[in-house]
Ligand binder design. Structure first.
Ligand code: T4K
Length: 427
């Protein structure tokens, strides 16, 4: 999967390890949380950007500056869109400034109104894109195995006001597309996918991007493929694509001719240059992520109560997300206590997507009882922990991260008792 030929990936950001060496801690006093030396001298982030071939990027920037074509459907944007169409196997790609605006535009172009069913276990932008247009996001529970929206529960959330379903391919793992498509067909609903995590991934052997009425990718800095900020709508629907193209450019048909209400959702040439350059290193990014994923699998193996979310080896994946579930009953310390331990060691693990969108404002006030219908979401929000991967880390660093987790779990009740008065870290 290397549409652009030559490739090169920039190396680690230089997160240097420090004492104590793996496996040498004896007492919990040696944890940074309790006054010991942090395991890392530099912070390890979840979501450190993948950087491809810097020289190639600079060449493109120079070309862009030489031609003085910086935005408004320039050559890099058009090339980026075409390469995405070719890779995904879809007729239309409309690149935009970010995925949130892309979601807003496609939702509007599809004429969605009333209520749209979405998972609560997602990044807040999925729901905001609806609410921003006064469409009510109706939160549906997830399947605890897949972490994606549960089609059986979707059926129960449909009301006369429902106009669509918006699934999220979380962690790059496809939703139950077939079941959702069948519901949408039977109940005459539009079907959209937030594929922000799923660029370059497949579902049942088919590239994500061509399912439903349309799908939306994110190319944010933290994503597998980044264009600094960016997003795209992909669809096989000619009329929908035409509308979206107009809407993302103020509704302009031609010079001085506006035929539609529109907004500014355009991608810049600088972003497209970064996107194209990132695309050329996709294979290398995946290879790095895969090595990292296996390093975590090895490093976390056998730690009671810590499970690593898996990827189907028969599907293509970017392996961009290293997601663990922490079962407090077996670790002896809560996910939040483990998070505090890791943060003190400079491992900035994240609780994506705690506390669940339905427990954030304005949704918490709008739907104060939503929790009752979302037991699996609530449970997962207490368990999930995302760990650093990408080109900024390597198996040596990962071994040390896993060593901290193993040590913390081995001393779970003791740490929990000592940390009981410590407030949970922000995530
Ligand atoms: N749907 C889903 C399912 C999504 O996950 C997202 C975005 C969207 C829709 C909307 O897509 P966009 O409109 O953004 O295209 C981050 C990202 O900002 C967000 O794009 C992403 N999801 C979400 C999962 O993560 P935060 O608030 O957690 O970002 P922040 O600033 O804490 O950054 C995360 C880590 O990455 C930091 O520890 C530092 C590191 N980082 C970040 C940036 C931006 C860097 O090292 N360099 C950087 O340039 O939301």
């Amino acid at each position: 999967m290397n549409p652009g030929g030559t490739a090169h990936v920039e190396g680690k950001a230089g997160a240097t390890t420090h004492l104590p060496a793996p496996g040498t801690r004896i007492s919990i006093d040696e944890l940074a949380l309790f006054g010991g030396t942090p395991a890392f001298t530099e912070v390890l982030h979840v979501g450190r950007p993948n950087i491809g071939d810097r020289d190639r990027l600079m060449q493109r920037f120079n070309q862009m500056l030489d031609t003085r074509w910086l935005s408004n459907g320039g050559p890099f944007v058009r090339e980026f869109e075409q390469r995405i169409c070719d890779l995904v196997g879809v007729k239309h790609c409309v690149a935009m400034c970010n995925a949130t605006v892309a979601l807003e535009i496609v939702t509007r172009a599809l004429g969605l109104k009333g209520e749209v069913i979405v998972p609560s276990f997602t990044f807040v932008a999925t729901a905001h894109a609806l609410q921003w247009q006064r469409i009510t996001p109706v939160f549906c529970d997830i399947d605890p195995e897949t972490h994606t929206i549960d089609p059986e529960k979707v059926e129960r959330m449909i009301t006369p006001r429902t106009t669509g379903i918006l699934g999220v391919h979380l962690w790059g793992r496809g939703c139950d597309v077939e079941a959702l498509a069948s519901i949408a067909r039977r109940r005459d609903l539009r079907l959209l996918f937030d594929a922000a995590h799923a660029f370059g991934c497949t579902h049942n052997g088919r590239m994500i991007g061509s399912f439903g009425d349309a799908e939306v990718f994110s190319f944010h800095a933290t994503k597998f493929l980044n264009s600094f900020e960016g997003g795209a709508v992909v669809t096989n629907d000619d009329e929908l694509a035409r509308k979206i193209r107009l809407m993302k450019n103020f509704g302009f048909h031609a010079y001085d001719d506006v035929g539609y209400i529109g907004i500014n959702g355009k991608m810049t040439e600088a972003s497209a240059a970064m996107g194209l350059t990132s695309m050329e290193s996709m294979d290398e990014f995946i290879a790095v992520n895969l090595v990292n994923y296996h390093a975590y699998r090895e490093g976390l193996a056998g730690i009671p109560g810590v499970s690593l979310v898996g990827y189907n080896p028969h599907e293509k994946s970017s392996y961009q997300y290293v997601i663990t579930e922490i079962d407090e009953a077996r670790t002896g310390l809560s996910r939040d206590q483990l998070l505090t331990v890791l943060h003190a060691e400079q491992v900035l693990a994240r609780r994506y997507f705690y506390p669940g969108v339905h427990r954030m404002e304005p949704y918490r006030s709008y739907f104060p009882n939503a929790d009752l219908l979302l037991p699996e979401t609530r449970r997962l929000c207490q368990r999930v922990l995302s760990l650093p991967t990408g080109t900024a880390v390597d198996p040596g660093i990962i071994a040390r991260v896993c060593d901290v987790v193993r040590f913390a779990v081995a001393h779970g009740p003791e740490i929990a008792a000592r940390a009981a008065e410590t407030a949970p870290a922000e995530g």
